[in-house]
Design a protein around this ligand. Structure first.
Ligand code: ADP
Length: 266
């Protein structure tokens, strides 16, 4: 049997075929010995291929070496596979991976290149949320963020123009967290969390849309575990990408792209 592994900064992702069906699994990178134990139990005789920043660490826990793949190669290959499987025949697009950090690639058929990235990503979601509210459980943070209201924390373009006709859409955020010291009290934990998601979503979207413009493509494909159980991030990214004039796709199971790419190379 075969196993593709993406050992990332936060989560180790696995992709494999079970009874002919592409199947996924994940274990937190903080529990690397558990990840190694799972591999040994479930895939002792399997052919393995690993990618991601924690590849070497995982191999040291496993006590054996395995085939390795360059991370960006694996991510782009896996994402292309998922796109095709999900019925999209897009071949040129910007691929934005919102993992612990965010990486942006230009994909053109079989070719791909990294166009940039930002430290604002899923790790920022977790870290800022904790600093602002004390919450540290991913699912809890994301479900709370859904009940939040950004109106008293984020400054919109329309707030600045107050009734006047703004030169850009009034719905755009002029300043994330920019309204905090401008009067209105407020800010429940849910509001703060919604604004953290807004900051991350709008930052990665803005960079992606600029990259799409530079690369001459209209489509941005978003992947990464930051979209898992995170309706608010998904909504913000979809809406903001359209508002900025590009066409978004948030790929289902996109967080397993790297693991799928690794699986496909063994
Ligand atoms: P990496 O490959 O760097 O580990 P991922 O694509 O797995 O990146 O995304 C990691 C991010 O996904 C985290 O920073 C967090 O925002 C989010 N996330 C989703 N599910 C979880 C989870 N169960 N535990 C922690 N973070 C999670």
């Amino acid at each position: 049997s075969y196993l593709g592994i993406d050992a990332g900064g936060t989560l180790v992702k696995f992709a494999f075929y079970h009874k002919g069906i592409l199947t996924f699994h994940k274990i937190p990178s903080a529990h690397m010995s558990a990840a190694a134990a799972w591999i040994t139990e479930q895939f002792s005789g399997a052919q393995l291929c690993v990618t991601g920043g924690k590849s070497k660490l995982l191999q040291s826990y496993l006590g054996r070496e395995m085939q390795e793949m360059v991370e960006f190669e694996a991510t782009c290959s896996g994402a292309a596979y998922l796109l095709k499987e999900q019925g999209t025949n897009e071949s040129s697009y910007v691929l934005t991976n919102v993992g612990t950090g965010t990486s942006i690639h230009f994909v053109q058929g079989e070719e791909h290149s990294r166009v940039g990235g930002t430290g604002v990503g899923g790790g920022t979601l977790m870290g800022l949320s904790y600093l602002l509210t004390g919450h540290s459980d991913y699912r809890q943070i994301m479900s709370l963020s859904r009940e939040g209201d950004r109106a008293n924390i984020d400054l919109k373009v329309s707030h600045i123009y107050e009734g006047a006709e703004p030169p850009i859409p009034g719905e755009l955020t002029a300043s994330n967290f920019g309204r905090v010291l401008q009067g209105s009290d407020s800010s429940r934990d849910a509001d703060k969390l919604a604004c953290v998601v807004g900051l991350v979503g709008e930052t990665v979207t803005t960079m992606s849309v600029l990259a799409a413009g530079k690369c001459g493509v209209a489509t941005v494909v978003y992947i990464g575990s930051s979209f898992v159980d995170n309706d608010l991030l998904r909504e913000i990214v979809l809406r903001y990408t359209v508002l900025r004039g590009a066409q978004p796709i948030v790929l289902a199971n996109g967080e397993f792209s790297g693991a799928i790419g690794a699986l496909r190379s063994v």
